[in-house]
Design a protein around this ligand. Structure first.
Ligand code: PLP
Length: 365
């Protein structure tokens, strides 16, 4: 095994698509969110598999991510969630579909589309219903409609919004207000347009918790990759990515000796440590050091001893029957990335997307 690998299980991906689809009202489209290297996995292989499963749409955050998918032969429509005007020419050249989230980008994109002699170029309009991150606000509809009426260079394919706390049922009232505000905005737009853009507002947790917010399409990210933002839903999904490594060396440490940089750990008794070729340069944050994080070796939990190095960690294997060369699982089917990330107050989104490109991706069907 080369140092550390990230195994990508496409059968697990298929299971997760089936599970999320089972939650959808018939006819609701599925958009697969494959931003950030498909949540740290492998965007080309994952998107090709998703395309073979018939997902309707893809979403990426940035223009270059859309270009990567086009280069990988993805022909399905691709929504770019967060474009800058500097990327508009590439968007048009590669048939990507921009989210237009402000008057500045709306007008900028109309100018780019006109300059490239486009007619009815598909775009998406985002409305801010409480996240206060990107989007037009309620009340902008008349001015947007006026801008749209003055050009035939673009055509609005969809209207959308994003929920703030769909995974948190204590914020249910806030979410319901976001849903009703979005309905109201959409009705103002649909009333005045002579064609019908489709609507979408749900991420993974909204698919699971708010069936009333499915509209015409849902945008699934983390659920595709096997995490449901709560332990119950995690059981219904299968992690797609498994971070695996190997034991390079085993040391016997005597009572009173230290382990690792800055003497981050002192042995209180004689013990054994295993050195693993995986460090903060691979995406395992230094915050996992000093006993917070752990790996699994031969089915047993081995906590990280001392500080995480750039290319290595040392783990406590005193009570574990293991040898140099044995396989190590950092997260995956045995050891969930949601539990591991929680040990440092983080979330699986961050742990998965942090795995650096140095870690070899291996695709398994
Ligand atoms: C990332 C993202 C999603 C996916 O969210 P998950 O919680 O991963 O399902 C959906 N919509 C937008 C706008 C996003 O930025």
């Amino acid at each position: 095994m080369p140092q550390s690998i990230l195994e990508i299980d496409l059968t697990a991906l298929e299971h997760n698509v089936d599970y999320l689809r089972s939650k959808l009202t018939p006819g609701v489209k599925l958009m697969a969110v494959v931003k950030a290297y498909a949540y740290g996995s492998e965007p080309a292989a994952v998107a090709q598999k998703l395309m073979s499963l018939g997902v309707d749409y893809f979403a990426v955050a940035f223009v270059e991510e859309g270009v990567t998918l086009r280069d990988a032969g993805i022909t399905a429509p691709i929504l770019v969630l967060h474009p800058q005007p500097s990327g508009f020419d590439t968007i048009i050249e590669r048939c990507l579909e921009p989210n237009l989230y402000s008057f500045r980008v709306l007008q900028g994109f109309i100018a780019s589309a006109k300059a490239k002699q486009q007619q009815n170029y598909p775009v998406h309009l985002k409305f801010n219903t409480g996240l206060n991150r990107l989007g037009f606000k309620k009340g902008d509809e008349p001015k947007i409609l006026e801008t749209l009426a003055a050009t035939d260079a673009i055509m609005v394919r969809s209207l959308f919004s994003h929920l703030v706390a769909s995974e948190d049922l204590s914020e249910r009232d806030f979410t319901l207000k976001q849903i009703s505000d979005f309905k109201e905005i959409a009705s103002h737009m649909l009333e005045k347009l002579d064609y019908k853009p489709f609507l979408h507002q749900s991420n993974t947790s909204a698919i699971l918790n708010f069936p009333e917010a499915q509209f015409d399409m849902v945008r699934a990210g983390i659920g595709l990759y096997g995490y449901g933002n709560n332990p119950e839903e995690d059981k219904n999904l299968i992690p797609v990515a498994s971070l695996k490594s190997v034991i390079s060396q085993i040391h016997t440490i005597e009572k009173g000796e230290s382990v690792g940089y800055n003497r981050g750990f002192f042995a209180e008794r004689q013990m054994r440590t295993a050195t693993i070729p995986l460090g903060h340069a691979d995406g395992l944050s230094r915050a996992y050091g000093k006993g917070k994080g752990y790996v699994y070796i031969n089915g047993k939990k081995a906590e990280i001893v001392g500080n995480v190095c750039m290319d290595m960690i040392m783990v406590n294997v005193t009570e574990i029957d293991c040898q140099e060369g044995d396989e190590v699982e950092v997260f995956g089917k045995l050891s969930s990335a949601s539990r591991l990330s929680a040990t440092i107050g983080s979330i699986p989104y961050e742990l998965l997307t942090a795995i650096s490109q140095r870690v070899l991706r291996i695709i398994r069907e």
